[in-house]
Design a protein around this ligand. Structure first.
Ligand code: HEM
Length: 480
């Protein structure tokens, strides 16, 4: 009586073990933590630890530029491989990891499509809106929000030593308020109002903090995304009728989208308008709007706050940047009240600081795993060719990429903008500079998957960093 279930049980375990051994053997060429070859738990723990950047870098340092971090998952810090996987004509595709980026219960978005044709089509329809080509107010909108941010800083946080008033400002919060207001303004014409409220009016940031670990779970166990279809689980997710949190932001976005349709449709030349012109449906727009908010805010805020942190805590760097700003203002090379993007691009030390901030703390450290195509792929690890079978996912290690000592020098762990301003013009220096300049843009991804909001992000960084400095420089002058 027990024989049949017993035999079935043993057969099941045997099949499971054999499958595990087969999967382990498929990537046996690659080094990596031993348990990561057998179970995804190592990777999950790594995600949930909050230090995936340093953990991946330890793995690449110890086991080579491409190493195993889960049974069918490799991680790479090799810039050549990243370019190869993302290139326009590459046969690598997005891996199932990307399904973890679905932000909206009903609608997908450009960042989570794993269907190549759908992704390419959506990219061609949204790229003009994101890049600003069909968004004539882009620069002015950012300028308005810069002034709001400066106003907030002066109103609430300016120290008045003579009155014995000293204030602390949470740079992390103010930079997030700024980028959230910018993205809502440039995307659909209305800022959320974080800067005016000097607060998180919808509880959005707090809610995102709770939800982000879920991206880790879904990214590692992508099969789990199916449970989101179960009605009672779906009902417990944030929804556009919520009064607070992510759901409230969804509601806000939904309202802005619906305003563009019907008899009294609002017409404004912004990202939303460009998307509508290029044929996105109302549901697609809602999914895309959620992505604009999430992809466009925290990434830029992270770059802004880390660069401002390093500049303001390194007196020689601050002094040199202030010098550049003062000189440019005196020479009339910086428009007032807000610098033009084209003017900021002419300030070499500012550009070096921005590059260095993006490099030393790349804002996106999620896995962005691409998938090995049919026929498998040969991957060069330290001069040895290794084989990855079709279906293997390869994540990127942006932190490891940007702290590569062979590319950025032995002091790659240090924030030193001067590395971007070569003092001598030897062939060797030019070669190194070229390698650095080719590697850095990878922080925005590459090729057919590269960031669509790069223009917006760079404009925010160019303006916000210089205006905060110009303000500080003006204050120093006044104090003199
Ligand atoms: C410093 C700030 C930013 C950084 C470092 C950054 C970086 C990235 C990276 C690494 C990717 C993914 C590439 C891949 O999947 O392989 C990406 C995708 C994307 N980013 Fe950004 N981003 C930033 C700001 C922005 C902003 C401000 C916006 C919106 C205005 C934006 C919109 C997007 C979109 C729509 C995608 C998806 C592109 C696609 O699926 O083809 N990003 N970004």
């Amino acid at each position: 009586m027990w024989a049949i279930p017993l035999i079935a049980g043993v057969a099941f375990v045997l099949v499971y073990v054999l499958k595990g051994v087969k999967t382990y053997m498929e990537l046996r060429d690659f080094g990596g933590p031993w348990s990561a070859g057998w179970t995804r738990l190592w990777l999950l723990r790594c995600h949930l630890s909050g230090s995936i950047n340093t953990k991946f870098t330890e793995v690449n340092d110890q086991y080579g530029s491409t190493a195993r971090v889960a049974p069918k998952m490799l991680v790479t810090c090799d810039p050549e491989l990243v370019r190869r996987m993302n290139a326009v004509r590459s046969s690598f595709t997005r891996g199932p990891w990307y399904t973890s980026l679905k932000m909206h219960p009903e609608s997908e978005n450009i960042a989570c499509y794993t269907d190549e044709d759908k992704h390419t089509d959506m990219r061609s329809r949204t790229s003009h809106g994101y890049s600003g080509k069909e968004n004539v107010h882009l620069e002015q909108d950012i300028d308005d929000l810069i002034l709001h941010m400066l106003n907030l800083i002066e109103r609430e946080y300016l120290a008045k030593p003579k009155e014995g008033l000293f204030c602390c400002m949470d740079l992390a919060k103010v930079t997030s308020y700024f980028t959230l207001d910018v993205i809502s303004k440039v995307a659909f014409g209305e800022p959320f109002g974080f800067l005016v409220a000097n607060d998180d009016p919808f509880g959005y940031m707090a809610n995102m903090k709770q939800f982000l670990p879920a991206v880790g779970w879904f990214g590692v166990y992508h099969e789990l995304t199916n449970i989101l279809r179960i009605p009672f689980i779906k009902a417990s997710l944030p929804g556009s009728m919520d009064k607070r949190g992510l759901g409230r932001v969804m509601g806000f976005a939904k309202e802005r989208v619906s305003e563009r349709f019907g008899d009294k449709a609002v017409v404004r030349q912004d990202m939303l308008n460009s998307f509508i012109k290029n044929g996105l449906t109302q549901l697609e727009l809602e999914g895309e709007t959620m992505l604009q908010i999430t992809a466009g805010s925290d990434s830029t805020a992270s770059a802004l706050r880390i660069t401002a942190h390093f500049i303001s805590t390194s007196p020689p760097i601050l002094e040199r940047l202030l010098g550049e700003v003062k000189e440019a203002i005196a020479a009339g090379r910086i428009s007032r009240p807000v610098i033009q993007n084209s003017e900021a691009l002419q300030l070499p030390y500012l550009q070096a600081c921005i590059k260095e901030g993006l490099r030393v703390y790349p804002p996106i450290t999620g896995m962005l795993a691409k998938m090995v195509p049919k026929g498998g792929a040969k991957i060069n690890v330290g001069g040895v060719e290794k084989y990855a079978p079709s279906g293997t996912q390869i994540a990127w290690n942006s932190w490891g990429l940007m702290r590569n000592k062979e590319i950025f020098g032995p002091d790659a762990d240090i924030f030193r903008p001067e590395r971007w301003l070569a003092s001598e013009d030897t062939e060797e220096t030019q070669k190194n500079m070229l390698r650095m300049n080719e590697t850095l843009p990878l922080v925005f991804g590459y090729g057919r998957f590269g960031c669509l909001g790069k223009v917006v992000a760079n404009m925010e960084l160019n303006k916000a960093l210089i205006e905060v400095c110009a303000d500080a420089s003006f204050m120093t002058n006044s104090a003199d």
